[in-house]
Design a protein around this ligand. Structure first.
Ligand code: MG
Length: 249
């Protein structure tokens, strides 16, 4: 069931989202050679705790950290630890914060130092595919119009979109209805209504779209070990332009 959020619920999500956005920005700004993925997680925890909020991911399904940190061919759900980030790495960070029981969920991809032109293009296309998608994040649109726009933009630029993992509704639950795929034909799925809140999150691969889950039960890798990028905001559908709830300010 897709819930329509009340003004109170939207306000809580706006607060949670802003802090999630700030945590992501702080984590992204610290990426440099020598930083560990654990350091990134600690920075995320600090921003969320300093704002009196709760990290949405910590303990979710048993996940052991506040941030997912995924490097190069890791797509999503990387577990922070001792891994040292190196020059040239592509670092995906995914963050959630909870305020009064409501979640904000956001992710981005950050370059460590100098990266290849292809990696630069992958980051740019992944981010832009989100903005292509949200052109259809409007009341009255069919959900898959977003999905189709994301897929088309990525594929037109020579990349592929992950099929196995998708965006999602978000609110009182970190993951709730509807599923928000980054692929598909237009004109399908539920019709969007004002007050729906969805996490739109293109996961884009430089090679094929296939992925597999590592033996740690979490980390998702590209099957061909090509690079992957990720970009996500929590989006509020309104009777006008969509509102990004996870901007840092
Ligand atoms: Mg998400």
């Amino acid at each position: 069931m897709i819930t329509i959020k009340s003004p109170y619920e939207i306000e809580c999500m706006r607060c949670a989202g802003k802090v999630a956005g700030q945590a992501l920005a702080a984590a992204g700004a610290m990426i440099e050679p020598g930083v560990t993925t654990h350091d990134v997680d600690m920075a995320v925890r600090k921003v969320i705790a300093d704002n009196g909020m709760i990290p949405s991911f910590l303990g979710y399904g048993g996940f052991p950290a506040a941030a997912c940190v995924s490097i190069n061919d890791e797509v999503i759900h990387g577990i922070p630890g001792k891994r040292v980030i190196k020059e040239g790495d592509l670092v995906k960070i995914d963050v959630g914060a909870t305020y009064k029981g409501y979640h904000g969920d956001t992710a981005g991809t950050f370059a460590c130092g100098k990266i290849t032109p292809e990696a630069e293009k992958l980051i740019t296309v992944t981010r832009q595919s989100f903005y292509e998608g949200i052109k259809f994040a409007r009341e009255g649109q069919k959900l898959s119009n977003i999905s189709h726009a994301i897929q088309k933009y990525c594929e037109d630029n020579g990349f592929s979109v992950v099929r196995k993992f998708v965006g999602h509704g978000v609110g009182a639950n970190l993951h709730e209805d509807p599923e928000v795929p980054n692929f598909g034909e237009p004109g399908h799925g539920p019709r969007l209504r004002a007050g729906m809140t969805i996490a739109i999150e293109p996961m884009v691969n430089a090679g094929t779209y296939g992925v597999r889950v590592l033996s740690d039960g979490w980390t998702v890798l590209t099957l061909d070990h090509a690079l992957s990028a990720h970009y996500e905001h929590t989006v509020l559908i309104t009777d006008g332009d969509p509102v990004l709830l996870t901007l840092p300010e």
